[in-house]
Write a protein that binds this ligand. Sequence first.
Ligand code: NBP
Length: 483
Amino acid sequence: MSKKADIGLIGLAVMGENLVLNMESKGYTVAVFNRTTEKVDKFVNGRGANKNFIGAHSIKELVDSLEKPRKVMMLVKAGAAVDALIDQVIPHLEEGDIIIDGGNSHYPDSIRRTEYVESKGLLFVGSGVSGGEEGALTGPSLMPGGSPAAWPHIKDIFQNISAKVENGVPCCDWVGEGGAGHFVKMVHNGIEYGDMQIISEAYHIMKEYLGMTHKEMHDVFDEWNKGDLDSYLTEITRDIMAYEEDGEPLVENILDAAGQKGTGKWTGITALDLGVPLTLIGESVFARCLSSQKAERVEAAKVLGSPIKKFEGDKQAFINNIKDALFASKIVSYAQGYVLMNEAAKEFGWDLNYGGIALMWRGGCIIRSVFLNKIKDAFDKNPALPNLLLDSYFTDKVKDAEQGWRNVVGQAVIAGIPVPTFSSALSYYDGYRTEKLPANLLQAQRDYFGAHTYERVDKPRGEFFHTNWTGRGGDTASTTYDV
Ligand code: NBP
């Protein structure tokens, strides 16, 4: 009998094709299937020729070619296709077999699918896969969650094909139950939106306020990439600054209307649902929305526009301030993202390993950076850390950057340059470190117009009071609103 495959994959598009080549290169035999079966033959006779692939022309054929417990991974378009495929695969599987969804699924779908697949006596894994085409081929960041009993069976394959950081540590570990893997992938994407926006604000200030050339900006990003801001996104921004087409920087010929596929929006909506102030990622999503209103902005510029004031003073000192603003904003963004994961863990009963998550993002994915080591260190020191800003390393770094950060936000506001993430991050920082916020007035207003009650500073928490503010209302307090 010919050798059975270690794993089967459905979906030979860009991600699937590259991921199975990665698996095969690590010594695994992989069975492959695609809805349009010509792609199976094309792959097995093309990029997969003379390699350990088994081409299947039906789901039954794919399943029959697998070692038990069978592992069937799907890398197809997220959404209805995943549900349809799960229902097509299930009748061919036996108890203990594993279905893995490696697409960009929304975490509530993965929670539902885990329950559904487990109700059939099978195991389900919803795994975030990050790193795009190249990552899939050479080593992605993998964030698997779902049925914990599946992990021992897929651990070797997943960790072998994932990206590695120092000392060969894999950028893949078990994230948690149900939709935890896809939740963490969603937050990763939200953080990616934030990282891209803060870098874009730095570029905007350098170009429009300081009047820097692309060569100068290239050199600044190159310098920044050697220190605390060493990251994939800083590196590619440096290279983008140097990229020319017909002697002109290509970036200036690209329309300033940003696209988005929805994962940043999901992150923002989830934060609103869970009551987490995820302001930086939220502003990043809104900044993309505003950018996409290009035609309207062109008209508005004619009515409302006025020239951006130019910088006067010590340029190099201000560039250092921009670096401070970028670094401090980045710390705030990750702090907020981790608070979101913490709240979700409480809400959904997940036991998330926060340091492990930082390590999973350390290589292979778009937000990979040296900075993530410090996050891992912070959670290794205190796994129950409520906010990264309270870890001594980050506390010190933000305090060091604070003056420069304030300077950049202040000057950008005066000059008329939008800095939605730099400024919202600073407002969050100021709010978080403020013992007494003006929410006492909010509570008074709520009680005034809606009898929503308030707690008092001179009474224990949990005791609620209502005042008849005008003398015309009654003493009845509203019970239908939460504080
Ligand atoms: P696509 O998202 O473009 O999906 C194409 C694949 O889905 C093809 O194999 C197609 O089969 C299959 N498919 C569709 Br569409 N509907 C199907 C159905 N009802 N039943 C069975 N198969 C169906 O592929 P991709 O860009 O490789 O991405 C795969 C997943 O990975 C997605 O969830 C994506 O969001 C995620 N992801 C992508 C990237 C990236 O950089 N592209 C990065 C990270 C994650 P066909 O050939 O018969 O049409």
